[in-house]
Design a protein around this ligand. Structure first.
Ligand code: PMP
Length: 287
């Protein structure tokens, strides 16, 4: 991914894609002191840009970062990256990390660096193709107790669990993994939140040990606007037996129907389709 044309914003400047490198002794690499965002532009506009940048700053604060840039400065930097790379429909990846100024667990005086890369990312699949649904495996790894880690931070370190879970699912022939939390309750997929439809009502786990996704909140608002009841609560995996539809939400996956989780099978239906289309419409028209 590093050898290509284009521009990356790095500590306040646009530099060539190939030159966007950092030192081996970066604290973020050794000790996981790194936070990031994933955002999408549709028709030349980043959807919920401000929310993503507010979360990036909050994620950093949870790791003790003094963020060098304001939300507005990060907004502007993304717009500069979009223009420099001629992106209309694309994916944006801001990242902030402790640099190589100090090499020890304690690195109070290290500098917080920030970079933003972006690349074209059109929508590949039609709503009809997406409605076929994906298959999830149960992950062996669990989302940790909020007393164990700053679980509300989109911190790179927490993605070790996601990568292990996704790799295992892929090796078993699945598309992704469903992670339970430290109590055994349904938590989320490796990069997306999860929703269940039971008897015409929409249920989703309370986000008390995983990200309360921006797409999750958007889809809850859309669902309520359409008159659906949305219930946030603790959900045990056995309840999948009484569940008719399942879908994931996230910046990357948008609204993605699920047709299988381990031994449980679902048929994406009216509510999933309704919300998938409503989300598609919203991202293309709103700021
Ligand atoms: N959970 C995890 C672990 C994620 O990586 C993401 C993607 N950022 C989400 C949930 C969904 O968040 P969002 O809707 O803000 O993209």
């Amino acid at each position: 991914f590093d050898d290509r044309d284009g521009f990356i914003w790095y500590d306040g400047e646009l530099i060539s894609w190939r030159d966007a490198k950092l030192h081996i002794l970066s604290h973020g690499l050794h000790y996981g002191s790194s936070v990031f965002e994933g955002e999408r532009a549709y028709n030349g506009r980043i959807f919920k840009m401000r929310e993503h940048h507010e979360r990036l700053i909050r994620s950093g604060e949870l790791l003790g970062f003094t963020n060098p840039y304001s939300v507005s400065e990060i907004d502007q930097a993304c717009k500069d990256v979009m223009e420099a790379n001629n992106i209309v429909d694309g994916y944006f990846r801001p990242v902030a990390w402790r640099g190589s100024e100090m090499m020890a667990v304690s690195a109070q005086q290290s500098k917080i660096h920030m970079a933003i890369a972006a690349w074209d990312w059109p929508s590949y699949f039609s709503p009809e193709a997406r409605l076929e649904g994906i298959r999830l495996d149960f992950a062996k790894w669990r989302r940790p107790d909020p007393a164990t880690a700053p679980v509300n931070s989109k911190a790179a370190g927490l993605y070790m669990i996601a990568t292990l879970s996704k790799h295992a699912a892929e090796e078993n022939g699945y598309n992704d993994a469903l992670m339970l939390d430290y109590r055994g309750q349904i938590a989320e997929a490796t990069g997306a939140n999860v929703f269940l439809i039971q008897g015409g009502k929409i249920h989703t786990p309370t986000p008390d040990c995983f990200l309360d996704g921006i797409t999750r909140r958007t889809v809850i608002a859309l669902a309520k606007g359409k008159g659906y009841e949305v219930i946030e609560r603790a959900i045990m995996p056995e309840e999948l037996a009484q569940t008719q539809e399942v879908f994931l939400t996230g910046t990357a996956v948008e609204v993605t129907p699920v047709r299988e989780i381990g031994e449980y099978k679902f048929i994406p239906g009216k509510i999933t389709k309704d919300l998938l289309l409503a989300y598609d419409e919203l991202v293309r028209k709103s700021i």
